[in-house]
Ligand binder design. Structure first.
Ligand SMILES: Nc1ncnc2c1ncn2[C@@H]1O[C@H](COP(=O)(O)OP(=O)(O)O)[C@@H](O)[C@H]1O
Ligand SMILES: [Mg+2]
Length: 159
């Protein structure tokens, strides 16, 4: 599924539509450079999952993980500051990822050791979102449900 947005607001509302289709146990992996719009999309997803619009969703770059309460727990993770897979494995994310919340991971590139390989930490079923900056406020968002059967997840109804 490919979407083009033309402003941060448009990316946020796509995030909100996406967030409404997420549920406990879902893992969303966000790929894209600095300033691509990963946090902007996450802000929208949080709204779509019932997080109070007044709550400020920002990059957990220094805290590594922020937790929000929506209709269920939402874990917003940012791997930017972590360099090696060993470091990532050491912070004990597995528990969070396997728990009954929704996990959203910025800089998911850091979970992929070799191109085309599955992500680390035992992640299988997931929704990948790759955001590319096309310039002039234009962003391309490719949303890929992975290891999921069509019809097995509401995400397939996103349009
Ligand atoms: N089409 C667009 N989609 C997303 N962000 C956009 C778009 N156009 C401009 N922007 C701006 O780009 C910035 C993206 O920042 P952010 O979401 O923090 O990126 P990241 O978390 O990927 O580093 C925001 O300031 C946002 O307003
Ligand atoms: Mg960010």
């Amino acid at each position: 599924m490919i979407f083009i947005t033309h402003s941060g607001e448009e990316t946020q509302s796509l995030g909100t539509r996406l967030g409404r289709l997420l549920g406990p146990g879902d893992i969303v992996l966000l790929f894209g450079d600095l300033g691509a719009g990963k946090t902007t999309l996450t802000q929208g997803m949080a709204r779509g999952m019932g997080v109070n619009p007044d709550e400020y969703v920002r990059s957990p770059t220094f805290t590594l993980i922020n937790e929000y309460r929506g209709n269920f727990p939402i874990y917003h993770i940012d791997l930017y500051r972590l360099d090696s897979l060993a470091e990532i494995e050491n912070i004990g994310l597995e528990e969070t990822l396997l728990g009954c919340g929704v996990s959203i991971v910025e800089w998911a590139e850091k979970l992929i050791q070799n191109p085309g390989e599955a992500p680390a930490l035992g992640i299988t079923r997931r929704i990948e979102v790759e955001i590319s900056d096309l310039g002039e406020n234009e962003r391309r968002l490719e949303i890929r449900p992975m290891e999921m059967d069509a019809q097995s997840h509401p995400i397939f109804s996103l349009q």
